[in-house]
Design a binder for this molecule. Sequence first.
Ligand code: MN
Length: 437
Amino acid sequence: MTQTDATHDPSLRSWVASANGHPDFPIQNLPLGIFSHGAHHPRAGVAIGDEILDLPAVLEAELLSGEAAQAVEATADGTLNGLMALGAGPRRALRTQLSALLAADAVPYPGLLRAAADCTMHRPARIGDYTDFFVGIHHATNTGRFFRPDNPLLPNYKYVPIGYHGRASSVRVTGAPVVRPSGQRKPASETEPSFGPCRNLDYELEMGVWIGPGNDLGEPIPVGEAASHIAGFCLLNDWSARDIQGWEYQPLGPFLAKSFLSTISPWVVTPEALAPYRIPQPPRPNGDPAPLPYLHDVADQAAGAFEIELEVTIRTATMREKGLPPHRLGLSTTRHMYWTVAQMVAHHSSNGCDLNPGDLLGTGTLSAPEASGYGSLLEVSQAGRQPVTLPSGETRRFLEDGDEIALIGHARREGFATIGFGPCLGIVEPARYNPAP
Ligand code: MN
């Protein structure tokens, strides 16, 4: 497991003034991303305060050496796939050298920075495959209860890290419009299905996991080695059309209810940056089965979980007009994962399936047990039966056009700097596809 080092020193400050005390991107974070400026091609950068450090420019100025230089050379195609494929060594070397380069006592190079506000963020990698898990046990329980009040969790849940293959093509970074999907809906109150705009549009509060080196087909990744195949983390909003989902999902699981869009935060927060916020996997409740041996690793159980605070807020069009701030719908943490990310990786590859650099995994919705920590509107409104009242006086069962949903993530620990994930926003736009019945 990654240890803390001098790059995590909470007293470290940067010559980039906006980094000092920055809520997301102080010098202790140094997340990687792909940005463009003006008409220039997308290139690799690092978020530092309100600025982006241009990595190819740092390389060109001959300020990097050895494995750190190799890491930036691997981004020449304008994606992080090559860097992710290199694994932890070059990524850690880059972090160490960038921390020294940006430190307050180093020579300032303001010419290597771009104001983040003037840049466009892109997907950090070519995402070959996207898989969404279901490891948030309280979300699984809450949603299962709508269908099976006495026995909400299916019998496989505590043995299998449940997942499904999502759609990689429709993953977008923060700010992409959330066009209300159309599809087949058949509420219980109607006898025949109809095609039209989704009526029960929802968000899901999740973490995304970026795959690093990965495995060859037929060569599973043992759980004890899985951490070395994780390149970083982001926030993930798995937008969900609940009415379409309810009609289409049996027997093969989610399909068009999920594949219209997934929004990610564009910065890849590395496992090295998150080292101080690792925690033991919370113990399973008494009576739960132990994980099968292929999913059990002593070191993973001891330090394979994370303490990351996750929040979701809403701001409707009316709230924006009235100047009202976003309203919190849920505050949760990554503590509520029943399986670790290493167990997700080990299980995914256990049948020989190959994972590749830049593949994206979602954890599933990470709800807290209490109502103030629910990670979907389905749970907040009890499947639409208890509308939530907003500060504007409006109510919501599900999302309306104009609603802005923001996911927010921060890692905090006493004695360390707080780091964040940056924005993961989307505003719902009206359906565009509504053919005559
Ligand atoms: Mn999901």
